[in-house]
Design a binder for this molecule. Structure first.
Ligand code: G4P
Length: 550
């Protein structure tokens, strides 16, 4: 590679910021996402987030069901350029049943913005997602939202976050209040006060801001003493007692800078964006089975963290979302799927902004590209030009099971196709149970909502109406050992033999007691809660995953 190309690649990688917003539902993630797009210049007016939940439809929502239910179900990626940075924003599903999808999105991120409601502080979902980020030592930036209305006192809130999550926090911005109304922000970094003009358009366009030196005389001409004095007292308190501003600790994932603001009225969003971009890390070296892979020095490599079929009814296809970890992706290049050893010619990547697709020719480390997939890749697969494998993306062990029943037997082919596609995307785990009439599909999921999504998508995208008959099993294990032993076990109480979509035998267990008893008794059999052939995918035990999420 020539020096000039090398230099450009290094510069390109250095300007990437790839992150996810983590929050409890309702904290304002959709609103903040939209305002980041507004301030980042990707959209000119915000307003697709309507106040009425039923009609709400944000730019990052794609699927019909998301719009209807007011929840964000699939991870999506938005990217845009702002002040020299290339921002890749990974949207993470908010519903608790979608922890697996969210977890996958976080494997592709280099940092996270943790969004809190100023009245509620840390909530269940925040806690779970935080612990996933913590495990990966992701730098976390905190945004305390909804400060346009009264909430927990900011100092108390910071204290709560610190004690609840066990991370050091320091206020980077501080709210300026007048008569209980949020009018501005102090930037503690450069000691300035930002006063926001309240627009007539309810935050649809960027707010007018005037900036004053915190210590200068001019600010006293616009802020009354009863605003300025308590503010200066609070800041003095913060300077004296609070955690110092320390971005090296943020980079190690040991401290979090706290920004206050209101996504709805735009106050503080600009400061969050600017300081986030300045201090969030660009892509760094990632661990692989051959040691750390430098994002600039190494040739192209990346891993698939999500597959989605039929994102757009106008294009019936599958898109594999690939996080580029090193080097440069160029349209037409070839890369090898480490799991299968197959070499693929990678067509032009697709870029996304909301439902719109555009085509881009290159992508570098830090970018997420959507690739057309004809069934060659799976979630967790590494694609690289040199033999190399990333630890991959964990799969959760399902805890809910249902047998799939078809009303119209003529649609069986469509059903099989739909189930196969949706299982490859990771929507559900697809299993088959033997019956007198042949194999019957059984699906496994981490959360019930995944079943609803399955039924809905089978109907919408494959024209198949199914009924799911819930099964009373609560755990599944892959089983290895002598066939006679497996057959004997399968004839016993509280278990059922099934096989996964790759034909590997599995046992379903009715309850934890049966599971434990079986595992202890059956010495000649090996039970695994991860698929035995796991090349390219680092499966995690249920205990491990539960620990990560609890
Ligand atoms: P989510 O994606 O995290 O679930 O949150 P979303 O952006 O949809 O916001 C949830 C609600 O919070 C919305 O209210 C939204 O307008 C409101 N909200 C978001 N940011 C702010 C903010 O900075 N200040 C205030 N005051 N509200 C904010 P909604 O859909 O109108 O309905 P409702 O839930 O309030 O009834």
């Amino acid at each position: 590679m020539s020096d000039s190309v090398h230099f450009d690649l290094a510069r390109e990688v250095a300007r990437r910021r790839t992150f996810a917003i983590i929050s409890h539902p309702d904290a304002g993630k959709t609103t903040l996402t939209e305002k980041l797009l507004l301030y980042g210049g990707a959209i000119h007016t915000a307003g697709s987030v309507k106040s009425r939940r039923a009609t709400r439809h944000a730019t990052s929502d794609w699927m019909e069901m998301e719009k209807e239910r007011g929840i964000s179900i699939t991870a999506s990626v938005l990217h845009f350029d702002y002040q020299g940075f290339r921002i890749n924003l990974l949207d993470t599903p908010g519903h608790e049943d979608f922890s697996e999808d969210t977890y996958r999105a976080l494997t592709a991120a280099d940092s996270a913005v943790m969004l809190l409601d100023n009245r509620k502080g840390v909530e269940t979902r925040t806690r779970q997602l935080f612990s996933v980020c913590r495990k990966r030592r992701l730098p976390i930036f905190t945004f305390v939202n909804k400060c346009d209305r009264a909430g927990v006192d900011p100092l108390g809130l910071i204290d709560d976050v610190q004690s609840d999550l066990g991370i050091r926090c320091f206020a980077y911005t501080w709210p300026v209040m007048r008569d209980g109304r949020l009018i501005g922000m102090v930037d503690r970094g450069d000691r300035t006060i930002h006063l926001y003009q309240r627009g007539e358009d309810h935050g649809a366009t960027r707010a007018e801001v005037t900036v004053y030196d915190l210590t200068g005389d001019e600010v006293a001409t616009v802020l009354e003493p009863d605003v300025l004095e308590p503010l200066r007292d609070q800041l003095g308190l913060l300077d004296g007692a609070g955690e110092g501003i320390d971005f090296t600790a943020v980079a190690r994932g040991e401290a979090s800078p706290v920004f206050f603001g209101s996504a709805l009225t735009n106050v503080g969003v600009d400061l969050l964006l600017r300081h986030f971009l300045d201090h969030a890390p660009p892509p760094t070296a990632r661990e692989s089975n051959h040691g750390p892979v430098d994002p600039v020095e190494a040739p192209f490599s990346g891993f698939v963290f999500k597959i989605q079929a039929n994102m757009d009814p106008r294009h019936r296809d599958r898109v594999a979302f690939l996080r580029v970890c090193s080097g440069q992706f160029e349209a037409g290049m070839s890369a090898t799927v480490s799991r299968t050893g197959r070499t693929l010619r990678l067509a032009r990547p697709q870029e996304f902004l909301g439902g719109e697709r555009t085509h881009g020719d290159t992508a570098v480390a830090g970018d997420v590209v959507g690739l057309h997939d004809r069934g060659e890749v799976r979630v967790g697969d590494t694609l690289a030009v040199e033999p190399l494998e990333y630890p991959g993306v964990p799969r959760f062990s399902p805890e809910h099971f249902a047998q799939v029943r078809l009303d119209d037997a003529m649609r069986r082919k469509h059903l099989d196709k739909g189930l196969r596609h949706l299982a490859e995307e990771g929507t559900v785990l697809l299993l088959y149970s033997d019956s007198l009439t042949g194999p019957v599909p059984v699906v496994g999921a981490v959360g019930q909502l995944q079943f609803e999504v399955l039924v809905d998508r089978l109907r919408r995208e494959y024209g198949v109406e199914v009924i799911l008959d819930k099964l009373s099993f609560c755990a599944a294990r892959w089983v290895r050992g002598p066939e006679t032993e497996i057959a004997k076990l399968a004839a016993g109480y509280g278990v059922r033999r099934v096989q996964d979509a790759d034909g590997l035998p599995m046992i379903l267990f009715e309850n934890e007691w049966v599971l434990e008893r079986t595992v202890t008794r059956e010495k000649r059999l090996v039970f695994e809660d991860v698929q035995p052939r796991t090349s390219g995918r680092q499966d995690v035990t249920r205990e491990g995953m539960t620990a990560a999420l609890s």
